[in-house]
Design a protein around this ligand. Structure first.
Ligand code: AHG
Ligand code: MN
Ligand code: MN
Length: 328
């Protein structure tokens, strides 16, 4: 059942937000790119998009065919948009220049959850829109803005249903793709409750975590008889986009903490196109997002592919874990 009597289409929602037409055009093109990706995802083997690409990205990760296909679709769609000056992607070494007159920069993870593509488990596209801070052609330093400067952020989840979840800084709204290729508003003003009874972490990394994370997880696992005095459930999809979606729908906390596997990496997830957009969505829904030491949205980025520890979701849980780091 739709949540309003009349369906609200994405373009009507954008108009109702009295957005500048330029950013409306940017979002429309991002969504058009995601629609093209969703068609490939849905067909899988029938479209020949499964399996390895046989190449790697600048971060030393093996690319799946669909990582490359999704990236090419977004780059080709967005570089034609007159309002976009530059693009940054997980799969591109450097930023990609678009139209010098464009007012905006778009950053994206074209395909999040790559390990799930070939096993038909939810994947998604994550995006963040920044304002270009000056006139003229975009430069790489223009992208290094704090998460608090985002103009729009969201993701498209290619799941059981294909959904767009979006914030423009006035709450978080979810749209479901219908069979005519239209995104229809299905949930408004999503809310992440302050308390949680569900956590998401890759437990196989337990031995690599810092002590405060181990202690925190031990307390959750102790359940009713432990210091937290209640039982917790656990989930791990291995697609951040699906974990964040679950938290926006029913609460909980998600963590990919710093670990000791590679001392040069302060976490697995990337600040600019994974942590920042997801942190803004979660905080816009009343939750919290931290790297265990500071709010993610206030981190001054140093490089495009910078990694960061991520703890996001229910305020109480993010606070308990941050307090343990402070006390350590
Ligand atoms: P990507 O597919 O864009 O590289 O991101 C994958 C990320 C994220 O979606 C997920 O939370 C995490 O990697 C899963 O990591 P593990 O395989 O270590 O569980
Ligand atoms: Mn990702
Ligand atoms: Mn990716």
């Amino acid at each position: 059942m739709a949540h309003t009597e009349f369906p609200v289409f994405l373009n009507e929602h954008l108009r109702a937000n009295a957005l500048p037409v330029e950013i409306g055009a940017v979002l429309t093109d991002i969504v058009a790119g995601c629609l093209a990706i969703s068609k490939k995802v849905r067909l899988g083997a029938l479209a020949g998009v499964l399996g390895e690409a046989g190449s790697g990205n600048i971060q030393g990760e093996a690319q799946k065919k669909l990582d490359v296909i999704a990236n090419d679709i977004l780059v080709e769609t967005l570089r034609r948009c007159p309002h976009i000056a530059g693009l940054a992607s997980e799969e591109e070494d450097d930023f990609v220049a678009a139209n010098a007159a464009g007012e905006y920069l778009v950053l994206f993870d074209p395909l999040d959850g790559s390990s799930n593509i070939d096993v038909n488990i939810s994947v998604g596209t994550i995006f963040s829109v920044l304002r270009k801070p000056h006139d003229g052609a975009a430069q790489s330093a223009d992208f290094l803005q704090c998460g608090t400067a985002q103009m729009a952020a969201g993701y498209v989840l290619y799941g059981v249903q294909t959904q767009l979840v979006l914030t423009l800084g006035h709450g978080v709204f979810a749209f479901t793709l219908d069979d005519q290729g239209q995104f229809i508003l299905t949930r408004s003003r999503l809310n992440v409750p302050a308390a949680a009874a569900e956590f998401a972490i890759n437990m196989s990394n337990y031995r690599h975590w810092e002590e405060p994370v181990r202690v925190y997880i031990d307390e959750l696992l102790a359940g009713e008889s432990g210091v937290r005095g209640k039982n917790y459930n656990m989930r791990w999809v291995a697609s951040m986009v699906a974990e964040v979606h679950r938290i926006l729908m029913r609460g909980g906390v998600f963590m990919y903490p710093k670990d000791a596997r590679d001392p040069s990496k302060p976490g697995k997830l990337r600040l600019m196109y994974e942590a920042n957009p997801m942190s803004w969505l979660i905080t816009q829904a009343g939750g919290a997002a931290s790297d265990a030491r500071q709010a993610i949205l206030t981190i001054q980025p140093q490089s495009l592919h910078q990694r960061v520890a991520v703890i996001l979701g229910a305020q109480e849980e993010v606070t308990v874990l941050a307090d343990k780091h402070r006390a350590a």
